[in-house]
Structures are given as structure tokens and as C-alpha cells.
Design a protein around this ligand. Structure first.
Ligand SMILES: C[S@@+](CC[C@H](N)C(=O)[O-])C[C@H]1O[C@@H](n2cnc3c(N)ncnc32)[C@H](O)[C@@H]1O
Length: 329
């Protein structure tokens, strides 16, 4: 067992590994190693970088299992490193996204802890999503990172819940429509409503998230009202908002739903206890960057209660996401 001081230093150096990963992804080193091992001098020539500096960064990442130094200054890709290739959205997009402007804001986490407000807004002069809307390249990277993060989640939610008692599913803040598409393709008896801001609806209508048969596209603001239906799905939306705003969205679902309808909140729960779980890291990142928060099951139960709903059951899907099913209280 390493001494406490050594363990603390390792924890404190987490930023070095994180930024080193970002650097090799930006340089597309994992792509360059796809065909097999290469000398670092060769990689430096291909990436127009300083060979000795690149070597030191790759040696650090080899110690973390991202590369393997097969002979002096020759590296190959490990299974971990292969996940950083750029041919499709993957965890590398998340690493790049989180280590850019979000990383700068995170340096001011102490401000967020003192005030409860996102440091991002203070540093960049506007909330994260407003800022992204004016920076298309970063917004594109953010989208890729979100696609990577939610890989498998839409299918997992669609598979895990029995939609047979319902006729009309409303996806609140449905974004590009991947979840609604997965639900409708498995449930031919259902019609759908894709509800989002005008920008989200436009992308979904063009098929950005897959086929949407039997679907009505409705643009609006979920803080004002949501369309009528008998089952509401609301995935990775509630965690974007503080309790007051989150309860306002759920209250609007409560108002619009039929008496025997259900609200399905799909989120990743913060588990009880001290066990390591990446959602605890995401939660603190949200504190500093967006102002959102991740919640425990108990926290969601009290949020539902504040919105006139009652938590009926929690369904753990095959993916890293749970379904919290609520009925009118
Ligand atoms: C984190 S995304 C989740 C998208 C989708 N549910 C998913 O799981 O991929 C949040 C969504 O909420 C939408 N949204 C944000 N504010 C909204 C509002 N006031 N009214 C309706 N939709 C809104 C955004 O456009 C975005 O599509």
C-alpha cells in the first residue's frame, strides 16, 4: 500500500493525466498507432511536435495503461488507448471537451463552492449553453461528447420499460429524438410527440436522431407548458436544472398528463455511500460549469413530491441510466 502522501500526490496529479490524454487525442496519436507500433520520433514527425516532449507525455500515459512502450521509445496502442481513436464519437470527445474551456472554469471551483453558482459564467461572461450557441466548433464537440456519453442509453431505456398500456408518448426536451425513435420502433401501437426548443425540434424533424414515424413535432418552452399525453419521458433534462426549475418542468408534466398517466425521468443516480462512481465527478463538474446537479433516489423522490407526483419505482436499465417512474400524487 503506498504511503498516504504518495496517494495524495497521485490524486493531485490527476489533471496531468487528463490534459496529457487531451494532447494525444488532439494530435491523433491513437489514430496513428492503429496499424501497429511506431517509434516516438516517427510520431513526432507525423504530428509536427517535439519528440522528447511527446515521449514524456506518452510515457506518462503508458503508466496509466493508455499505451504500451514495447521497446525503448516505441509505443503501441492498448485496448484503453484504442477507445481514443477519432473515427466515431467516443470517450476521447468527452476528454477533449472537458479539458478545454470547462477545464479553465474548473480552476475556479472554489468560487462555485463558496457561492453555489457556476464558475463558468463568471469566467466566460455567459452561461455555458449561451456560450456554446456562439461557438459552433465547441458546440459541435460538446454534441459529440454527449453522443459518446449516452451511447446505449436510449436503447437501454426503450428496452427496460413496458409501454404497452399507453397510446401517446411525449418526449420532453427530446433533443434530436434518439430516445423517441428507439421507443417508437419497439412499440408500433404508440404515437409520439417530440417536444423541445425550436432548434431541437428542427434537427429531430430532419432525422438527426433516427426515424420518427407517427410523430408530432412541437416546439415550446417546458417552463411554460408541455403537450398532452399519457406517458412522458424526460431523459437527461432534469439534471440540467436546480430543484426549483426542475420541479417547475415536472409540475408542467403533472398538469398536462392524464390521471392514469406516468412520468418517466431517465437519469443516472448518485449511489449511496462512498463507492467510486463517475457520476460523482460529473456532478461536481456540473456545479462549476452548468449549474446543474446529479441526484440520489431520495432527492428525486422529494423533487417529484414538490411537483405533485409520487415516485412509484426505480428501474435499473442495462445501461448506465435508471428510469424513475412517477404517478400523480
Ligand atoms: C441535455 S439535452 C437532453 C436531450 C435528450 N433528452 C437526450 O437524452 O439526449 C437537454 C434538452 O433540453 C432542451 N431544452 C432546454 N431548455 C428547454 C426549454 N426551456 N424548453 C424545452 N426544451 C428545452 C434542449 O434543447 C436539449 O435538447
Amino acid at each position: 500500500m503506498p504511503m498516504p502522501s504518495q496517494q495524495i500526490m497521485r490524486l493531485g496529479l490527476g489533471f496531468a493525466v487528463s490534459q496529457a490524454m487531451r494532447v494525444v487525442i488532439e494530435l491523433r496519436v491513437p489514430d496513428l498507432l492503429t496499424a501497429g507500433e511506431r517509434a516516438v520520433d516517427d510520431l513526432a514527425a507525423a504530428t509536427r511536435t517535439n519528440a522528447d516532449a511527446l515521449y514524456r507525455v506518452m510515457r506518462l500515459l503508458a503508466a496509466e495503461g493508455v499505451f504500451r512502450e514495447v521497446s525503448p521509445r516505441h509505443f503501441e496502442l492498448t485496448e484503453l488507448g484504442a477507445a481514443l481513436r477519432s473515427d466515431r464519437p467516443g470517450p476521447g470527445d468527452f476528454v477533449r471537451m472537458i479539458n478545454s474551456e470547462a477545464y479553465l472554469a474548473f480552476e475556479q471551483l472554489l468560487y462555485s463552492v463558496r457561492t453555489g453558482k457556476p464558475a463558468f459564467d463568471k469566467l466566460f461572461g455567459s452561461p455555458r449553453f449561451d456560450w456554446l450557441s456562439k461557438h459552433p466548433e465547441q458546440a459541435d464537440l460538446f454534441q459529440r461528447a454527449m453522443v459518446a456519453l449516452s451511447q446505449g442509453s436510449n436503447e437501454a431505456v426503450a428496452e427496460a420499460y413496458d409501454f404497452s398500456p399507453f397510446t401517446r408518448v411525449v418526449d420532453v426536451g427530446g433533443g434530436h429524438g434518439q430516445l423517441l425513435s428507439a421507443i417508437l420502433s419497439r412499440n408500433p401501437h404508440l404515437s409520439g410527440v417530440l417536444f423541445d426548443l425550436p432548434s431541437g425540434v428542427a434537427a429531430a424533424r430532419q432525422g438527426a436522431g433516427g426515424d420518427l414515424p407517427r410523430t408530432e413535432f412541437i416546439a415550446g418552452d417546458f417552463f411554460e407548458s408541455v403537450p398532452r399525453g399519457d406517458v412522458y419521458v424526460i431523459k437527461k433534462v432534469v439534471h440540467d436544472w436546480d430543484d426549483e426549475r426542475a420541479a417547475a418542468i415536472l409540475r408542467n408534466c403533472r398538469r398536462a398528463m392524464q390521471p392514469d398517466g406516468k412520468v418517466l425521468v431517465a437519469e443516472t443516480l448518485v449511489p449511496p455511500g462512498d463507492e467510486p462512481n463517475q457520476i460523482k465527478g460529473i456532478d461536481v463538474v456540473m456545479l462549476a460549469i452548468t449549474g446543474g446537479l446529479e441526484r440520489t433516489e431520495e432527492h428525486y423522490a422529494s423533487l417529484f413530491a414538490a411537483a405533485g407526483l409520487r415516485l412509484e419505482q426505480v428501474i435499473q436499465t442495462q445501461g448506465p441510466i435508471s428510469i424513475l417512474e412517477a404517478s400523480p400524487a
